[in-house]
Design a protein around this ligand. Structure first.
Ligand code: NI
Length: 226
């Protein structure tokens, strides 16, 4: 499942991040990928240990912690600190799959990448190309979102970023390990949670919404690894 999470950042936060990023020292994007990725990756990134990047990553995680939709869909256990990338002048990232296990810099810890996230920091009108294309069982999907919006997709999907032919595409990207490893189980929990929320909003709390909430938590208890 791919999910569009709107308004993770306000327009003021996007402006703040962009002014810090536009003056930052960018490095070669190939520094954080394996052999297959390096062959097809042409972009720039803030280095993993960039002080500016670290600071901005905290802003992104703080903003995400306020998104109920994101938490309902991702059920995050832990994150790789968000990184930042920039594509311009024809830069692109060819078809690849993200590595299955990543180190969390500076901690000696590793996580399994269940979900990949891209948070857009450029207005779509400010650049041409740069669509994120994700291939899943239902076909090929192209995503280009407003600045401040995020897309979440299974890290097991093949995906690519099309060449940016005008302007600059700046994004934050990161991975997370979910409490629920299986995509299908996680998606069912998300569907159930969203339906419960919607029932509660329409009809108020009732014996049925309490019972359904119980089923939700009992399924989560059955499937969660924490
Ligand atoms: Ni990728």
């Amino acid at each position: 499942m791919m999910l569009h999470v709107p308004d993770v950042l306000t327009s003021d936060q996007v402006c703040e991040l962009r002014s810090a990023l536009d003056g930052a020292d960018w490095g070669d994007g190939r520094e954080t990928v394996g052999e297959q990725g390096a062959r097809v990756k042409r972009n720039r990134q803030l280095p993993e240990y960039s002080v500016v990047g670290r600071q901005l990553a905290k802003t992104v995680l703080m903003a995400l912690s306020r998104s109920a939709l994101f938490h309902s869909a991702a059920l995050p256990l832990r994150f790789v600190p968000p990184l930042f990338n920039r594509y311009e002048s024809g830069e692109h990232y060819g078809l690849h799959v993200d590595g299955s296990v990543r180190s969390i810099p500076g901690t000696g810890e590793q996580l399994r990448t269940d979900l990949s996230c891209t948070l857009f920091l450029s207005h779509p009108d400010d650049y041409d190309g740069g669509e994120l294309e994700v291939v899943d069982n239902y076909g090929t999907h192209e995503v280009k979102l407003p600045a401040g919006d995020l897309v979440l997709y299974p890290s097991s999907s093949l995906h690519q970023v099309h060449p940016v032919t005008r302007g600059a595409r700046v994004c934050s990207f990161f991975w997370l390990q979910s409490m629920v490893r299986d995509n299908h189980q996680r998606e069912m929990l998300f569907g159930l949670d969203q339906s419960i929320q919607s029932l509660r909003t329409r009809l108020g709390e009732s014996a049925e919404t309490v019972a359904l909430t119980g089923h939700y938590h009992n399924l989560l208890r059955l499937w969660a690894e924490v």
